[in-house]
Design a protein around this ligand. Structure first.
Ligand code: ZN
Length: 147
């Protein structure tokens, strides 16, 4: 059997199962035809985040941020650059703690920006404070080697 990986569509949230070896070949959603990877972090509400986390079999790297937070805004381009490198080995998501206060409280996000890496729906590591792109990538790969 061909190994497959399930991921959620960044546009319509449908579960898609893709041959793992073909994740980098520009797979598209079977429902809405949108690209399953855009090379950019996917900004999600709390509800959508929970769905993606449940569906996604890739490691999920999340940037918890807020619009009023200067260091968060400063790190946004670095996180976007990290997405271009880490996809399709990982899924990168952004969650605004202003829009998802319940989730932030549940996960005890005490400072922002906070990066958290989830595998199989569970948080396996977190890192508080802004990082440049190279260090975001190095940190994620050290926590969950994908190569
Ligand atoms: Zn879709």
């Amino acid at each position: 059997m061909t190994p497959t990986t399930q991921i959620a569509c960044p546009q319509c949230d449908a579960a898609n199962r893709v041959p793992t070896a073909r994740l980098g070949d520009g797979p598209r959603c079977g429902v809405c035809k949108a690209p399953l990877f855009t090379g950019k972090p996917v900004a999600l509400s709390e509800l959508r985040f929970r769905r993606h986390l449940r569906i996604c079999e890739l490691p999920v790297l999340v940037d918890f941020w807020a619009s009023w937070c200067g260091p968060c805004r400063a790190m946004a381009p670095a996180f976007e650059a990290a997405a271009a490198t880490l996809e399709p080995r990982m899924r990168l998501l952004k969650v605004s703690t202003e829009e998802a206060p319940g989730l932030a409280a549940e996960l005890a996000i005490s400072s922002i920006p906070t990066l958290a890496l989830f595998a199989a729906g569970r948080e396996i590591a977190r890192q508080a404070g802004a990082l440049p792109a190279g260090r975001i990538i190095a940190w994620a790969e050290s926590v969950f080697p994908t190569k």
